[in-house]
Ligand binder design. Structure first.
Ligand SMILES: Cc1ncc(COP(=O)(O)O)c(C=O)c1O
Length: 375
């Protein structure tokens, strides 16, 4: 059966504006850097990059890189780590390996479209486990998850910290999901690409450290700001599933780019420096936004994120949110993402906090509200 993937609404929107709009106020990756800046973090790294062999590398990933990634987990080793091209590839590969037409999947929403779209295109029925708007933030109902499970359910798909709300499951919520999944014999596919950007000071484990049938998704694109490397990975204790995903990868990218694998290794060895820089940028930007929202209580409900570099703010205007965003980018060059690209009801905009030029972008938005906006 031919897979029928619908347009990836968010990526189509970005494709239109990301490299033309001067004020990107919606990005989900943290501040990036040039190759030279990354190499300067480690003596000898520049020479080693020059010596990197440009032949094929291992399908499962460079052994040193897998070892370094495995160090992020409490209970896993390099044998449990499968390197991929970014995070998009393993979402596609997992769904193709683990699911069949007619299966049922529960997916936390709103979220990044491929997490439910690929399952739908395979012929699965997808049940939406919806985050709800609370008085000042997002809410997740664990009882609702239990009720969505059917005898045909194969997997629960999570994304925490969540894109776009920043909702981050607590350790207790992760345990509750594990208990449900174990009781029904389900996979948990946990997209944790924003991990290490939790903002509430609570440490959570990776899902793959908690549950024998979990797959944790990690990547260099977000917390590390190194999307151009296109290096991501899955971690899973489930050997059978791991093996099937490795074999499926023979048909997608085979192996990653060896210079990227080396650069990812350097970044991971210097993770504390990179992550603390990026967390500081997010915190400063969120404080600025806090003051901005306090100045505009009739326009926005803040919804401060629990984790990650993005938040989903409610817009309290009558105009359709997509029109608001289109007019803003056309008149001021400020790019926001409207909730329509998430197929999520209600007027929300996604804002991104990981970039150094956030203050200038926010100022442009405020200028628009003050001077140009006519409700
Ligand atoms: C939740 C989530 N998963 C996966 C991805 C894909 O990541 P990558 O661009 O590294 O493939 C993204 C990118 O925005 C994302 O937000």
């Amino acid at each position: 059966m031919k897979m029928r993937l619908k347009d990836f609404e968010l990526e189509v929107y970005f494709d239109k504006y990301e490299f033309t709009a001067p004020y990107l106020l919606s990005q989900s990756d943290c501040q990036s850097m040039a190759i030279g800046e990354l190499l300067a973090l480690e003596p000898g790294a520049q020479e080693n990059l020059m010596k990197t062999w440009l032949g094929y590398s291992e399908v499962r990933g460079n052994p040193g890189l897998r070892q370094e990634i495995a160090g992020l987990y409490d209970r896993l080793t390099a044998e449990n780590i499968l390197v991929h091209a970014g995070a998009q590839e393993p979402i596609f590969n997992f769904m193709n390996v683990a699911l069949s037409p007619g299966d049922h999947v529960v997916c936390m929403v709103p979220t990044y479209q491929s997490l439910f779209e690929v399952a739908g295109a395979i012929g699965c029925q997808v049940a939406r486990w919806e985050l709800a708007q609370g008085e000042s933030g997002w809410l997740l109902d664990l009882d609702a998850l239990g009720k969505l499970i059917t005898p045909k359910t194969r997997a629960i798909v999570l994304n925490s910290p969540n894109n776009p709300t920043g909702y981050t499951l607590s350790r207790e919520e992760m345990q509750a999901v594990t208990a449900i999944a174990r009781r029904h014999g389900l996979y948990v596919f946990s997209d944790e690409v924003y991990k290490d950007l939790e903002l509430d000071g609570q440490q959570r484990p990776w899902f793959a450290d908690m549950y024998e049938n979990a797959v944790s998704l990690g990547v260099m694109s977000k917390a590390y700001g190194l999307a151009g490397l296109r290096i991501g990975w899955i971690a899973t204790p489930n050997r059978q599933l791991y093996e099937k995903m490795a074999r499926f990868k023979h048909y997608t990218t085979i192996c990653s780019s060896s210079p990227s694998e080396y650069l990812a290794l350097v970044a991971l060895r210097n993770r504390d420096k990179i992550l603390s820089r990026n967390r500081a940028i997010i915190r400063e930007n969120l404080d600025l936004a806090e003051a901005f929202f306090a100045r505009h209580p009739h326009f926005f409900l803040n919804n401060r994120p629990m984790g990650g570099p993005i938040a989903f703010h409610q817009l309290k205007i009558k105009e359709p949110v997509a029109d608001f965003c289109e007019a803003l980018v056309a008149r001021k060059g400020v790019l926001l993402l409207p909730s329509t690209v998430y197929s999520f009801p209600g007027p929300y905009i996604r804002m991104g906090y990981g970039r150094k030029n956030f203050p200038a972008c926010l100022e442009k938005l405020e200028e628009y509200l003050r001077e140009d906006y006519r409700p």
